[in-house]
Design a protein around this ligand. Structure first.
Ligand code: MN
Length: 286
């Protein structure tokens, strides 16, 4: 095993993905063959391949080709899970471009532990991962429980794919990168949250957060800090602004919000436990 290149949420931006793969040294032998690395490196995708960008179908083709050929792994993102949930409930028409890929989405695991790294879309949360261990959405009974509020499976999938959230007090206005006001904010789940103010806890950070006000213990009950001596964890999901650090000890968020910034990020991992920003790679702009 010669290392993983962990790629952030692609969200339908096929051009950026192709630029990034080329920059990382991946090649195709012919137009019909899958992207692969001459040194045997592999890509790990953190999920959220689809939606927002202009070319979700092309992204699926590239990633599916690579996973079939053994040059990539992928974990499920909340966008793929939401699509599976919508089709399972039958209330929503699935866009034609996704219809032929639903069976493949169902096979994608929620987490991955391979070659000394851990990969999950939003939170490496041992209690939740235990609940959904070995499960995929191919299992209809599991999927039914996972989309039902109040079930252990539903709670586990919510945590792992969407983050641990705390209510935002009314006097703090929290706008996300899409300008949407949020009543709850995602936390830096790897930290011990006890005594940390909103300004220290919310991820990504934002200017309006209080440096004094602290979430209640009840709001933080689901928190499971991540030990610094555990394997490196890679996540996506958080749409980080350029100014937000991506590396936090042995946790790296490689989602630089390609839909907002036009840049896709990866981390080139070669076995180190303590991650270093020097190994971050970004796609070159248009
Ligand atoms: Mn995303």
């Amino acid at each position: 095993m010669s290392g993983f290149d962990v790629v952030g949420d692609v969200h339908g931006h096929a051009d950026q993905l192709l630029r990034l793969l080329a920059k990382l040294g991946y090649q195709r032998r012919s137009l019909n063959s899958a992207w692969a690395h001459p040194d045997g490196r592999m890509v790990a995708f953190v999920g959220d391949l689809i939606n927002r960008g202009p070319a979700s179908s092309a992204v699926i083709d590239i990633v599916r080709g690579m996973t079939d050929a053994g040059s990539a792994f992928v974990v499920l993102g909340n966008h793929e899970f939401n699509l599976l949930a919508a089709t399972f409930e039958g209330g929503e028409q699935v866009q034609k471009k996704y219809r032929e890929h639903l069976d493949w989405f169902r096979t994608i695991p929620f987490s991955l532990e391979v070659g000394g790294i851990r990969v999950v879309h939003a939170v490496w949360h041992p209690t939740s991962l235990k609940v959904i261990a070995g499960r995929t959405c191919m299992d209809e009974d599991f999927l039914r429980r996972a989309i039902t509020k109040g079930t252990p499976e539903g709670q586990a999938v919510q945590t792992v794919l969407k983050g641990i959230k705390v209510p935002i007090p009314d006097d703090q206005v929290y706008l996300d990168r899409f300008g949407i006001r949020r009543s709850r904010g995602r936390i830096r789940w790897w930290l011990d949250p006890r005594g940390l103010a909103y300004a220290d806890l919310l991820f990504p950070s934002y200017a309006g957060a209080s440096a004094h006000s602290v979430p209640s213990a009840v709001d933080l009950a689901n928190s499971e800090p991540y030990p610094s001596d555990e394997p490196a964890v890679f996540i996506g999901h958080y749409c980080l602004p350029v100014s937000e650090p991506k590396i936090h000890g042995n946790v790296a968020c490689v989602d630089g919000c390609v839909s907002c910034d036009g840049v896709l990020w990866a981390y080139r991992h070669s076995g180190e436990r303590n991650l270093d920003p020097v190994h971050l790679v970004q796609s070159d702009g248009c």
